[in-house]
Design a protein around this ligand. Sequence first.
Ligand code: 5GP
Ligand code: MN
Length: 336
Amino acid sequence: MRRDLPTLFKKALAKSGPIVIITHWSPDGDAMGSSLGLYHYLKAKGKDVKVIIPNEYPEFLDFLPGKNTVINHLAQKKKAEDAVKKAGTVFTLDFNSFGRIEELGKAVQESKAVKIMIDHHQAPDDYAQLYYHDVNASSTCELIYEFIVALGDKKLVDKKIATCLYTGLLTDTGSFRFPSTSATTHRIVADLIEKGANNADIYNAIHDDNTVERLKLLGYCISDKLNVLNEYHVAYISLSEEEQNRFQYKKGDTEGVVNYPLSIRGLKFSVFFSERDGIVKISFRSKGKFDVNKFARTHFSGGGHKNAAGGKSTVSLDQTIKNFLAVLPLYKKELA
Ligand code: 5GP
Ligand code: MN
């Protein structure tokens, strides 16, 4: 944990120059919510500010206020890189190593801007000048709220900011059920609702907007693709690109699939493999002590949190699963 003093952030913001906010590849609810929440706050402070995302966000986040201002690096490379070049200050949110922003990492690395990291993932790199980092925070949105309060600006939290921050708190805590959900989380949530976040509408927008195909894809994953290895208290599901196409896959459709096997009695570790554009994206989830951040870092060029992490593999889907099964015996004791 490293939360630098509010006075240091105030000093940095007083001479910030143009500000760019960047979040991670395949931005989720917390990435988008924290970026747009901070964006609206800095706008209210009179700043010149832009949000850049490495690639597209899922459609179910389309209700977020300010989403039309976001620059997608994959689609608008020059516009995004020019903004980074011009920036006096770069905020990096919800990630902590340049590998998580892919191609955009080079532009940020070369930029002379003051870098500020606000993040809650394990093992941060040391590229920033200022940190608001805490692995005990439920979400980056929780940290953005505390950051605004620490800077003495609680009164600036309006409906737009509250809506954005509530979104990340909701999604990163699995609707307030993961162990990362604290009394502080609930106090912040209460305040955000008072500031105008409509909790029921936000939940509906995120979770009750499935296509028929998406629901059927979930059914297929569970009925046809679930592998349970009782010996290791592990379950895994894999989806090839062909299988996804059969269900008219679109971005975000498999979000949350990895959580279902964890509801099986006695299961401790769940893994979801999904093939896309020649790479295999992997999601890891655990219950209790098993550290999936460590597992993802050690074997699949990834990382994240103790109970939720991700990684990738550049060999085929079949080979990736074989590699996974080959390392499992090393963890037999930990998973017992
Ligand atoms: P998800 O499985 O939902 O994609 O990601 C779970 C958690 O792990 C999130 O907090 C996400 O930011 C992190 N994560 C996902 N993929 C990667 C990765 O490739 N590298 C690292 N370091 N973290 C990841
Ligand atoms: Mn997060």
